[in-house]
Write a protein that binds this ligand. Sequence first.
Ligand code: UDP
Length: 347
Amino acid sequence: MNVLVTGGAGYIGSHACQRLVRDGHTVVALDSLDRGHREPMALLGADDPESLLTFVEGTVGDRQLVSRLLAEHAIDTVMHFAALAYVGESVDDPMRYYRTNVEAGVALVDACVDAPAVTRFIFSSSCATYGDPPEGMVPVPESCPQVPTSPYGRTKLMLEDVLRDTARACAQSSRDLRVAMLRYFNVAGSDRSGTLGEDHTPETHLIPVAIHAAMGKRDHMSIFGTDYPTADGTCVRDYVHVEDLIDAHVRVAERLESAPTEPLAYNVGIGLGYSVREVLDAVKRVSGVEFEVREAPRRTGDAVALYAEPAKIQAELGWHAQVTDLDEIVASAWRWMSAHPAGYAGA
Ligand code: UDP
C-alpha cells in the first residue's frame, strides 16, 4: 500500500507509521506538529532518503498540499488520525474542535475524492460518538444510537456522516472509494519494543496523568467524579493497547480491498471495563509508587461507563486484542514514560 497517515507524528499516528513501515508499505506522514513530535519520525527513519517513511510538516486542511502529496506519492490508502482529542478542552473551546476536526477533515475528504488513486479511507472515530448509551447497551455494540455528549464526540460523528454521504455518492457515480470508521475506545500503552511513547502537552488522559504522579512530575492526581452509578463510583472505560488498535487498521485496510461499497464501522476495544480507581491501582502496582489521589467534581462531558462489544470486529476482521490485562497495558506506558522523563524532548 501507499498510505497517507495524517497526524503521523502523533501518539497513535506514529504507531501506525511504525507498523506500516515494518510491514513493507510506503508511508507519507503528514503532521502540523501542533501536538505531534518530530522525534518519532526521526526514530522511525524519516530522515533517511532510502526509508519507506516520508515526513511532511503541514495541515490536513491545506487542500493544495494534500492534493500534491496524494498525486506525487500515488497514495491509495488514507488513514486519518489528525485531530484534537480532549473531551474537556472541546467543551471549553468548541470552535477549535470544529475547525480542526470537521472543517479540515472535510477538506481532506474532498481532496481524496478528487484523487482517483485513493480507494480506501480509514477514519479514527471514537466511542465518544455514542455519548451515554441507553440501558442495556453496555457493552456497546455498533448499533448503539450515536448521541455524543461533548463537542469532541460531535466532531467525530460529523465526519462519520460526511464519510457515509461521500461513500454513497461515490458508489452511485462509480468512483471507487471505500470507507471504514473505527470507533476507538480508550487507547493506551506504547509500542513494546520501547521506541515510541505517549507525549502530550497538555496531558489530560488518565493513564499518563497517573504515571506523571507516580514519577513525581505532579504532586497528586484527581479523580473526576466519585458519585457515578458504577460499582466504585468512578467512570468505567475500555483501555485498548495502541498496537492492537493499529492492527485493527491494517486488518480493515485489507478488508476494504474486497469490501462492499457500504461504509464499514467497527468498535475497537477489548470488551472489558475498568474504573478510574482500578486504573490508579494498576499504576501504583506497576510503578511501585504510592502517589496522592484526590477526589474532585465530575468533568463536564464525561460519559459514565463505556466499554465495547467487540463481536463484530472479531467476527468480520478476525481481530482480537492481544493485550487485555490492565497491568500489561499500564506497564508498556510506564516503561517508555519512566525512561523518558522529559518526553520526546529528552529522547
Ligand atoms: N480522569 C480522571 N482524572 C484525570 C484524568 C481522567 O479521573 O486526571 C477520568 C475521566 O474523568 C474519565 C476517565 O478518567 O472518566 C478517562 O478519561 P481520559 O481523559 O483518559 O479519556 P476519555 O474517556 O475522556 O477519552
